[in-house]
Unconditional design. Structure first.
Length: 190
């Protein structure tokens, strides 16, 4: 009971921290300004970790690895705690544990990124219907647009309605299901 509660807390906090780090990574990758409430929140909550890491972790082709790698490490720690709560750490061989921890952390990081993208796409769609001129609509649309663009090339407007967010959300659901299957296969190694 307490182990499950601890795992829920660690998973939630780890997901939030990884999500904010991934948001920073994507905002820098897409060259989206941080001069808005969301950008300021992202910077304020991640500077303590990202700025010191930039001394040691260089960028790669315009990608901010000092934001991406800590998101992965946080999820590796979440997987480590989950395996510890389940009592797997002491009985599995060390090499398979490293593979499971780092591989599981990578899958969990991708899962957090997919959930973040789902949230952005949903907010973009809702804002486009309710208040397309809202203060945050430009930022949300800028985050969603690179992922919706390939679908917009293929799926035409139907009666003036853009169905690409639905198509993207469906693809993201399929990817989340595939990640869950991959995670179960990876845990089988432990």
């Amino acid at each position: 009971m307490l182990g499950s509660l601890l795992l829920t807390i660690v998973d939630t906090l780890g997901g939030l921290l990884s999500g904010v780090l991934l948001a920073r990574f994507v905002m820098q990758w897409q060259r989206i300004s941080f001069r808005n409430p969301i950008g300021q929140f992202v910077v304020a909550t991640t500077d303590w970790l990202v700025l010191p890491l930039r001394r040691f972790i260089p960028g790669l082709g315009g990608l901010d690895l000092a934001s991406l790698l800590p998101a992965w490490v946080v999820q590796v720690l979440v997987v480590f705690v989950a395996l510890g709560v389940k009592g797997v750490i002491g009985i599995a061989d060390p090499l398979s544990m490293l593979v499971v921890m780092w591989g599981g952390g990578l899958l969990e990081t991708v899962k957090v990124a997919l959930y973040l993208l789902m949230g952005v796409v949903l907010m973009s769609a809702v804002l486009s219907w309710v208040n397309p001129h809202a203060l945050m609509a430009g930022l949300i649309n800028a985050l969603a647009e690179p992922f919706l663009r390939p679908f917009r090339r293929v799926i035409p407007l139907v009666g003036g309605v853009d169905l690409t967010p639905i198509a993207l959300l469906l693809v993201l659901q399929v990817l989340l299901s595939a990640l869950a299957m991959g995670k179960y296969m990876l845990i089988g190694l432990a």
